[in-house]
Design a protein around this ligand. Sequence first.
Ligand code: SF4
Length: 237
Amino acid sequence: MEITLDIPLIRRIRRQEYAQAVVEVRELGPIQALRGSQKRHDERVAAAPDVGTLACRSGCSWCCYFTVDVRAVEAFTILDCIDRTLAHDEKARIHAEVRENSRIVRALAESERARRNARCPFLSEGRCAIYAARPQSCRNYHATDAAGCQQSYEEPENDEIDPDFAPGVYQAGGAHVEAFTAAMRDAGYDVDAYELNSALDAALSSPDARARFEARLRPFPDLVGEEVPAEFDDLAT
Ligand code: SF4
């Protein structure tokens, strides 16, 4: 789907979020800074002029079977959320599913991974068990036709499917995430993208992963992260 970029909007969000994130990452640390940024992210998406066209509804979960990538700061924030909010049995179920999904995913090539459905371990009775801490890619979902999401679920090998989406939501959320990521990168933190289950498994299995991350070292030395090219970088000024 072709869209017209709202360049003033992208620049404004990039400027505002970058300035705020730089201060919060420095003064509060990356994990606390992410929590503030997630709140602003939700507010920006809610203020997008086409937010009313979104098909995303509570109980609709086709996208929760697609591959989700996270950055290390999100993985540690999710683990904090699990510890704080979930009962022991639910936590144990999630940890077991994370480990099993990670074992499967890590044996797949990137192209195979993208063409395979896998239920997200946080999907519980049709809802997200960590909604407040859900990753940026889930926060920024922008589909306007759930039938397209369903088709992607039913035909995971079909890469011709191009569901309609809300351009205002896509640009507001995308510019916001890129600005926060740029602030983290400029502060020296790892901003590579990792597959959700693999990152959580690595964080759970390695007690010093978080300390390494906070010391600005690679948190998951055994995982290959991906440097995600910024879509709106050329429009930053
Ligand atoms: S983290 Fe939540 S919203 Fe994202 S894929 Fe998993 S269940 Fe769905």
